[in-house]
Design a protein around this ligand. Sequence first.
Ligand code: HAM
Length: 421
Amino acid sequence: MPPLYRAPRGTRDLLPDDRPYWDRVENAARCISTRYGFQKIDTPTFENTGLFIRGVGEGTDIVEKEMYTFQDKGDNSITLRSEGTAPVMRAYLQNGMQGLPQPVKLFYLASIFRYDRPQAGRYREHKQFGVEAIGETDPLLDAEIITLASDFYKTLGLSRIYLQLNNIGCPKCRPIFLKKLIEYYQNHKDELCGDCKRRLVTNPLRLFDCKVESCQELIAQAPKITDSLCEECRTHFDTLQSALQAYKVPFTLNPTLVRGLDYYTKTVFEFWTEGIGAQNALGGGGRYDGLAESLGGRNAPGIGFGLGLDRVILTMQEQEIEVDQPPPPGAFLITLGDAAREYRPLLLRSLRDAGIRVANIYGKRSMKAQMRQANTSGTPFTLILGDRELEKGQIACRNMETGEQTEIRLDQVIPYLKPNT
Ligand code: HAM
């Protein structure tokens, strides 16, 4: 009979077999963040809905279509974390972090919830490793953040990761560019796909995101934002590129790279890969110098990224990168007879108190069945306790590699196993 319930569409169980991958990527994230001077922050799994509407932007896909929003029992509109940056900025403002030495450098490992169309590499709950550095405009900080992300992929052994880089201007120069862009597209209105006709009105920068074949030529011929940058943005972009070269982080300039969230200013970037289907963005981020103010705070420029860990793991598997498997139990305890079975908890207690990872069997099983399980566990030692041995205060210890079996005194089990487990 099929089970009555399955995990909701777009979600999945991360099973023990997946754990070594998750441990590997999460440990690498912690280790690299600490090396770069970032401290961990955990924000709530849900926030007031307004935070995402104001933070991410009303016309974005996230806010328009993808949020998990509900009224709680107090009639507050609540939304499951649909991205990590606005919550971290809220926490920065709420907790007076503006009073700390700037920039404040924070990282997180968090579940993100989006009502996306599920497919390989795209889930309704996914995990991100994110960092946010708030309180500084220096382009050298941008370079450091991008280098951190690049180091993360490198540490994991990933290859064929391509950094795409762009600068989408600031409130001074972007409106001038948008005017040019709209003018250009108005002249080609009849050639646009339905979605692009809508984008032209709601969010013209997103015209660059269109995947429809017939719009590609229009995108290629469209004005480029990098030709319209103001002096400040231009200098920022140039300094960033020189710093990335100094850090030896290769990148491709991509003047049509725009991101799906409205808070970005100046630097934007994505890491792309191949081989995991349509979902080729392994991570992305950028600067958000106006976010604090749009959340009602004082000016606090920032930059950060979010890397999709589910996709990172898929890519590791695709590239056949191996990870450490958990070690087998240090010992496996088999008992035969009622007295030995009764004695088992006492022995297990003292072995575990001594830090020995010991596995055992439940129920009454034959010696053969128990041995079979000990064999498959991969343990180096099997302890065999029968009523007869117990009476003599002894236990048999079999070295599973050599097959050699030694009788030892019960009070000597721990020192016997300890150096080997
Ligand atoms: P984002 O581009 O929306 O940016 O998401 C970051 C990454 O999360 C994506 O590049 C992708 O790897 C992964 N991701 C997104 N949606 C899904 C999904 N449905 N299933 C699996 N993985 C997914 C942000 O969220 C920004 N908050 C990043 C940021 C931080 N910008 C500045 N600071």
